[in-house]
Design a protein around this ligand. Structure first.
Ligand code: HMG
Length: 412
C-alpha cells in the first residue's frame, strides 16, 4: 500500500529582517552571520500572525493544490513547539478555521523540531492501516523560532508553516517502507520550560547532539538499506536534505554523514566530496534556510520545497534522504521517492513568490514587534497590510476573555 504526500503548502510571514542589519546593530562582523552561519534574512512574525494563522494559511494552500475539499479530511495533525495554549491544541483552532467536519481525528504533536516527521509518519501509517476509509490526512508543521533580543540564538530565528495532504491516491512522493532509522536520547541541548517565551539552549552541545544522532542514524539506515536492497546509501539516495537550524548546518551534517559512511577517507577527501556535491546537491535545498531561518518542525520540509522549486523535473524518479532532528532529542533518517505527478505540483508551488513578496523591516520595527512594545500600532498596520497579501487568509485579532480570536480576511 503506497501512502505519501499528495501536495505541499507553505506559509511564510510577510515581514523579514536582514542579517546584515542585525549584525551591524549587535556590533558583530557581517560575515559571521553570512558565512559563519550561512544566513541572509530571517522571517519576522507580525502581531496579526501566530502559529494558528500560519498553519491555517499553509493548510489552505495544500488543500487547494491537491483539490481536496474540507469534508475529505479524516485526520488533522498539527506539530508545533510554539503551542498557544497548555490544553487546547493548535489543531482545534485550525479545524474550526478551515471548517473541517466533525467526523475526524484532530490532535497536536510535540517533539521539538522532530515533531513534524512524527506527525507525517503517523498520518502515513493511518493511511496504510486502512483506517482512513477513503479519507485523507492533513498534517501541518507550524512554529515561531524566537530566542530573544541580543542572544546567541537571535540570528537563527525564523517562522513559518508547512502543510501536507497525505493519501494513498498519490504518485507524487511516497516514503519507502522499512527504510528509516530512529534515534532517541534524553539530553538538555535546547528546551523551553513552562512559562518561558523563549528557549534555553546549550548551543555548541546542541550541535554535537544533532551530529551524534545523524551518525547513529546513518549507520542504521545504511544497514537497513543493505538488507533490503543490497545497495549502499550513497548510491541509492540522489539528494540528502537535513534539518537546518541555520544554513551552515547543512555542511556540518553532510560531511558528518559522508565521514560516517566512508570511514576509509580522510578529512581532506571528505571536504573535497562536499565541495563537489555542493552546487548540484546541497545548495538547491538551502534557499528557505537562508531567507526564512529556522522554522523548527517544518525546517527540513522547507528544504524539500527549496529543492523542488530549484531542481524541478530533474527530481522525477529520484530518491531523497531526509534527516529530521529535534532537540531533547529525537531523530529519524528516512527516504522518499519522487514519482509521477511532479509536474502538476511544481505549477502550484509558490514558495519563491512568498519570499519575494515580503517587506523588509528596520531594527526599530523588529525591536517593537519582538520586544512587544507597540503591539496595538502593529496590529493596526496589519489590517491594512494583510489585505494586500494574497497568501494570508486568516489573521489573529487579539484575546477576549482568555480566548484567542481569529478572522478570515479579504476576498482571496
Ligand atoms: P555562536 O556563539 O555564535 O557560535 O553560536 P560561534 O562563535 O562558534 O560562531 C558560529 C560560526 O561562525 C563558527 O563557524 C565561527 O567560526 C563562524 P563553525 O566553527 O561552526 O564552522 N564565525 C565567522 N565566520 C566568518 N567570519 C567571521 C566569523 N566569526 C565567527 N567574522 C549557535 C552559534 C548556532 C550555537 C547559536 O546561534 C545558537 O545557540 N543557536 C540556537 C541553537 C541551534 O541552532 N542549535 C543547532 C543544533 S540543535 C537543533 O537543530 C534543534 C533546534 O532546531 C531546536 C528544536 O529541535 O526544536 C535548534
Amino acid at each position: 500500500m503506497k501512502a505519501g504526500i499528495s501536495s505541499i503548502g507553505i506559509y511564510i510571514p510577510p515581514l523579514y529582517l536582514s542579517h546584515d542589519d542585525l549584525a551591524d546593530a549587535r556590533d558583530i562582523p557581517r560575515d559571521k552571520y553570512k558565512i559563519g552561519l550561512g544566513n541572509i534574512n530571517m522571517a519576522i512574525v507580525p502581531p496579526w500572525d501566530d502559529p494558528v494563522t500560519m498553519a491555517a494559511n499553509a493548510a489552505k494552500m495544500a488543500m487547494e493544490a491537491a483539490g481536496v475539499e474540507k469534508d475529505e479530511i479524516g485526520l488533522l495533525i498539527v506539530s508545533t513547539e510554539t503551542g498557544v495554549d497548555q490544553s487546547k491544541p493548535v489543531s482545534s483552532f485550525v479545524h474550526g478555521l478551515l471548517g473541517i467536519g466533525r467526523r475526524s481525528r484532530v490532535y497536536e504533536i510535540k517533539h521539538a523540531c522532530y515533531g513534524g516527521t512524527v506527525a507525517i509518519m503517523n498520518a502515513v501509517n493511518w493511511v496504510r492501516s486502512q483506517h482512513h476509509r477513503g479519507k485523507k490526512a492533513l498534517v501541518i508543521t507550524t512554529d515561531i523560532a524566537k530566542y530573544g533580543l541580543n542572544t546567541a540564538g537571535e540570528p537563527t530565528q525564523g517562522a513559518g508553516a508547512v502543510a501536507f495532504i497525505i493519501s494513498d491516491e498519490t504518485e507524487f512522493m511516497h516514503f519507502l517502507p522499512s527504510m528509516n532509522a530512529f534515534y532517541s536520547n534524553d539530553v538538555h541541548d535546547f528546551w523551553r520550560p513552562n512559562g518561558y517565551a523563549t528557549p534555553m539552549v546549550d548551543g555548541k552541545y546542541s550541535i554535537q547532539c544533532y551530529l551524534d544522532a545523524l551518525e547513529f542514524c546513518s549507520h542504521d539506515l545504511q544497514d537497513n538499506l543493505m538488507q533490503e536492497t543490497g545497495k549502499h546509501l550513497l548510491d541509492f539516495v540522489d539528494y540528502f536534505i537535513y534539518h537546518l537550524p541555520f544554513t551552515k548546518m547543512a555542511k556540518k551534517a553532510h560531511t558528518k554523514m559522508l565521514a560516517t559512511l566512508r570511514p576509509e577517507l580522510n578529512e581532506e577527501q571528505i571536504a573535497a566530496i562536499y565541495e563537489a556535491d555542493y552546487a548540484d546537491k546541497i545548495q538547491p535545498a538551502l534557499t528557505g534556510s537562508q531567507q526564512v531561518g529556522n522554522i523548527y518542525t517544518g525546517s527540513v520540509y522547507m528544504c524539500l520545497l527549496s529543492l523542488l522549486e530549484s531542481k524541478q523535473e530533474e527530481l522525477e524518479n529520484k530518491n531523497i534522504g531526509i534527516f529530521s532532528y529535534g532537540s531533547g532529542c529525537g531523530a529519524e533518517f528516512l527516504i522518499s521517492h519522487v514519482g509521477r505527478g511532479l509536474q502538476q505540483q511544481l505549477q502550484k508551488l509558490n514558495f519563491r513568490k512568498q519570499i519575494d513578496r515580503r517587506i523588509k523591516i528596520s531594527m526599530d520595527e523588529y525591536a517593537a514587534i519582538y520586544g512587544d512594545k507597540d503591539q496595538a500600532a502593529a496590529l493596526q498596520m496589519g489590517m491594512e497590510l494583510q489585505d494586500a497579501d494574497p497568501f494570508s487568509r486568516f489573521i489573529f485579532t487579539g484575546i477576549k476573555e482568555h480566548k484567542r480570536q481569529y478572522v478570515k480576511t479579504g476576498s482571496h
